[in-house]
Design a protein around this ligand. Structure first.
Ligand code: SF4
Ligand code: FES
Length: 223
């Protein structure tokens, strides 16, 4: 195993390889462990540094990084291989009693995030994250519970097409989302398709996952 070189701060690291550089945001990682499960030769927290950029071919590493739901991991190919492409459709998945996972051609704008182009993100919907709008696993600490509605089987629904998906965390309010999207509950059923919605991120809506202005009653403060 070659000793991978890294630069940057503890929170934002760049691991330098011969064919690929891997970047890791500790603040964005929600320890879903997709990386460790799928490619332990590269991602291994029992080792230091925990990412070995020579541990697998660059393409294999890229494919694994695409599985990172939070967007904590990204890469830069140095071998001429393709950069990550946004998926053709924008999909929002509600985790059971957990965050909102978004895959798509995402733009996140707001006070805490000036403008971020992304393909993957997990956003807080319990209201307790200290890294809003991103999830930081606080939903476990606050025992967040969400009764998401039942939906229709994905095969029965014409899924919205892609294009830009703009996510705007409103000050002390909901996530305002514009662009073509499909929202799935934790069972993978479609509960919404459309071009505009407001999702609850204070944790108190009685119409989850949608905002119903409870954030005003509970005095939700974000940013
Ligand atoms: S897949 Fe992403 S979110 Fe999950 S442990 Fe790895 S870096 Fe963290
Ligand atoms: S953000 Fe939770 S009800 Fe509006």
């Amino acid at each position: 195993m070659a000793d991978t070189k890294y630069t940057g701060s503890e929170m934002d690291r760049r691991y330098h390889g011969s064919e690929i550089n891997v970047t890791y945001s500790k603040k964005r990682c929600i320890h879903a462990e997709e990386c460790i499960r799928h490619l332990n030769a590269v991602f291994d927290v029992t080792r230091h540094p925990w990412i070995d950029t020579e541990g697998a071919p660059a393409e294999r590493m890229a494919q694994t990084i695409h599985l990172c739901p939070s967007g904590a991991l990204h890469y830069e190919r140095k071998d001429g291989g393709p950069a990550e492409q946004a998926p053709e459709t924008n999909t929002i998945r509600l985790w059971k009693n957990g965050p909102i996972q978004i895959n798509g051609d995402i733009e996140i704008v707001g006070a805490a995030v000036e403008m971020m182009h992304e393909t993957r993100a997990t956003l807080c919907r319990c209201g307790a994250s200290e890294n809003k709008p991103f999830c930081d696993n606080a939903h476990h600490k606050v025992l967040f519970r969400a009764e998401d509605p039942a939906g229709q089987p994905a095969e029965a629904v014409t899924v919205s097409s892609g294009g830009k998906l703009r996510i705007e965390p409103e000050p002390n309010g909901s996530l305002y989302i514009r662009g073509s999207m499909t929202i799935l509950n934790a069972a993978g059923e479609v509960i919404f398709t459309g071009d505009e919605t407001w999702l609850c991120r204070c944790g108190h809506s009685t119409d989850k996952p949608f905002c119903n202005s409870m954030h005003k009653q509970v005095g939700f403060v974000a940013e």
